[in-house]
Design a protein around this ligand. Structure first.
Ligand SMILES: Cc1cc2nc3c(=O)[nH]c(=O)nc-3n(C[C@H](O)[C@H](O)[C@H](O)COP(=O)(O)O)c2cc1C
Length: 199
């Protein structure tokens, strides 16, 4: 039995390829780990706000000196961190927008990548604190990025792996529904991605 956290960042609901692929990963994880709890976090509903000055001030103030305002400003970030730490298996649905991740997913990351909480600086350099997780990236893109002429433009996945590794999440599988805009590839893109899921 595992705690599975399914993070959605496409606003297209059930039409979305990253949602369909994420659902397939969650379903397979539930088969492998019967009785698992599934929590869905849809970042397109009530998105995390961009980091502002008040949040940076609160982040730079030691916890024991936090005012009530600092605590209120960090409440959603605290909750997002607790949800992340509680998960054993994390599935992140990632639509590629303009070669990057969506701004809603970036805002969530800005709230969970936090010094002293999800990583800390030590004499030996930074140390990720979100340990022991299995993470699946369910990515959907119009073009093909895993190979061919767009492979050098696969920034989004290399960024995501980098930032997740930084906070301690190192066991990451990338599953791709790619070529969604390309006739001859789009027809089977989701099916091939689902076949490639290995739980
Ligand atoms: C605003 C926008 C920007 C996009 N930019 C890219 C892009 O840079 N590269 C690409 O391969 N596909 C791009 N696409 C296509 C999406 O990645 C594709 O439609 C994918 O299926 C979206 O994920 P979803 O089905 O989960 O919503 C873009 C789509 C939108 C709506």
């Amino acid at each position: 039995m595992k705690n599975i956290l399914h993070i959605i960042s496409s606003p297209r609901g059930e039409e979305s390829f990253s949602v369909k692929l994420g659902n397939a990963i969650v379903a397979q994880a539930q088969e492998t780990f019967p009785g698992s709890n599934v929590t869905t976090l849809d970042l397109t509903v009530n998105p995390f706000p961009h980091i502002d000055g008040a949040q940076i001030k609160a982040l730079r103030t030691p916890l024991d000196l936090h005012t009530n305002e600092d605590k209120a400003v960090l409440q959603r970030s605290d909750e997002a961190l607790a949800q992340l730490f509680a998960a054993d298996v994390i599935v992140i649905g990632v639509p590629i927008y303009n070669f990057g991740i969506t701004s809603t997913l970036k805002s969530w990351l800005d709230n969970v990548v936090r010094a002293g909480q999800s990583f800390r600086y030590t004499e030996n350099g930074p140390e990720g604190l979100v340990k022991g997780k299995k993470l699946y990236i369910a990515v959907a893109s119009g073009a093909v990025f895993s190979e061919g002429p767009y492979a050098p433009f696969d920034f989004a996945i290399s960024y995501l792996k980098g930032v997740l590794n930084f906070i301690g999440i190192t066991d990451i599988d990338v599953v791709r529904a790619e070529g969604i805009a390309i006739p001859g590839i789009q027809e089977t893109a989701l099916e091939k991605a689902i076949e490639a899921i290995a739980i």
